[in-house]
Design a protein around this ligand. Structure first.
Ligand code: SAH
Length: 255
């Protein structure tokens, strides 16, 4: 029997609970026509995804996993992309918008989300397993201590649902943290009503000093310019919704 040695550097924790695997694959919208799996590993999700009657592709960076997948699932041959998802030009994979699924490598999950956001007009849906703490943060509403940069940036363009929690014993080797599955569904927002680059900068600058008030942390962006009095200045960033950040960005832009 072929076996893939789990590599920590690639965030490899293989899910061995097939019931959970099936539940994850069933969380993708029934109308999905094109689907990309990130990090197929030993194929616990892939096995179910190959049975779906859709245009399916999987990307995997690990050579040993690639060899394992080819051997175990002969049907995968034209569907497997050997490479780094972060370097992939996702627009060349399908000729239409698509969904993404995966038990993500936790060490690069934030980078994966930033890439999803960069490609938000091509990616309509994402079902993924990540560290529970990160899942909660992404799904969190304003006012909570864990609400942060990714919550705001993702919720600006995707509806977020926390689906379920997964115990560490469902993996080989078990990770040190609990896991959770979330679903992102692209919302109707095409563009924010502000400069989107400045929006990102504003969100990052304020949360990077999250114990400071908006007034103090914005000095990083605005320098000596005086921000006119407004209802956000004395608040901390965790209190601001997506639309509040849009409003704030427009105030900053006018300076
Ligand atoms: N889907 C499998 C594996 C999850 S572990 C399962 O559920 O058991 C995460 C997987 O992502 C590993 O197979 C790892 O090799 C792969 N991976 C890590 N970094 C990657 C990257 N940059 N691009 C593509 N795949 C990556």
């Amino acid at each position: 029997m072929m076996y893939v040695r789990p590599k920590k550097s690639l965030g490899q924790h293989f899910l061995h609970d097939r019931q959970i695997a099936e539940r994850i694959t069933q969380s993708i919208d029934d109308n999905t026509k094109s689907l990309l799996e990130i990090g197929a590993g030993t194929g616990v999700l892939t096995e179910f995804l190959l049975e779906k009657n859709i245009d399916f592709k999987a990307v995997e960076i690990d050579r040993e996993s690639i060899a394992f997948l080819r051997k175990t699932f002969p049907d995968i041959k034209n569907k497997l992309i050997e490479g780094d998802f972060l370097q992939l030009n996702v627009r060349t994979i399908f000729d239409k918008p698509f969904s993404v699924i995966g038990n993500l490598p936790y060490n690069i999950s934030s980078q994966i989300f930033f890439k999803i956001l960069d490609e938000k007009n091509y990616i309509t849906e994402m079902v993924c397993m990540i560290q529970k703490e990160v899942a909660e943060r992404i799904a969190e509403k304003p006012g909570s201590k864990t609400y942060g940069i990714l919550s705001v940036l993702i919720q600006a363009f995707y509806d977020v649902e926390y689906l379920f929690t997964v115990h560490e014993n469902a993996f080989t080797p078990p990770p040190k943290v609990k896991s959770a599955v979330i679903r992102l569904t692209r919302n109707a927002t095409q563009h924010l009503d502000c400069d989107e680059i400045l929006f990102k900068k504003t969100v990052k600058a304020t949360f990077n000093q999250r114990r400071k008030t908006i007034k103090n942390s914005l000095k990083l962006i605005t320098g000596d310019k005086i921000i006119p009095e407004n209802r956000f200045l004395t608040l901390r960033p965790e209190r601001l919704s997506v639309s509040d950040f849009v409003e704030l960005t427009n105030l900053v832009e006018k300076l």
